[in-house]
Design a protein. Structure first.
Length: 140
């Protein structure tokens, strides 16, 4: 099995762009900031963006790996498999585990919806990119 590192790189950039748009003041940035206690006027340190990029790259790599394993095992459309892996992973690991934390930390249900919607949107966009590229690199 091989991974398509170009697909992973493009999915990483796409995931970061989803976050940029999602949390922009024009979309959900204002309600998110109000419920999360974030001052949108405060400057975010550069290292936070670097860590976000690294975390997004890790997510894209793990998604590509899990999708390749599932595709090798079950076959079918690589795009469909990638979307299924992302959706199942989001529901089983991201949304369900964060629901527990948000409940015990008494965080707003609206904040939960914004945050989990963001996570799902990132995974769906990454899945489309990775799924359309395929899991074997055509480079080299």
């Amino acid at each position: 099995m091989t991974l398509n590192f170009l697909a992973i790189a493009v999915a990483t950039v796409a995931g970061m762009l989803v976050g940029w748009a999602w949390f922009s003041p024009a979309l959900l940035g204002k309600p998110w900031a109000a419920r999360a206690g974030i001052d949108l006027a405060a400057k975010t340190p550069g290292w936070a963006y670097l860590l976000a990029l690294v975390a997004t790259a890790i997510t894209a790599t793990v998604l590509a790996l899990a999708a390749a394993i599932a595709h090798d095992q079950f076959g079918g459309s690589f795009l469909t498999v990638t979307l299924a892996v992302a959706s199942i992973g989001w529901l089983g690991f991201t949304a369900s585990r964060n629901a527990v934390e948000y409940l015990f930390e008494k965080k707003s249900p609206t904040l939960f919806a914004i945050d989990m919607g963001h996570q799902l949107a990132v995974l769906i966009v990454m899945s489309v990119v990775i799924g359309l590229f395929g899991h074997t690199s055509q480079i080299g």
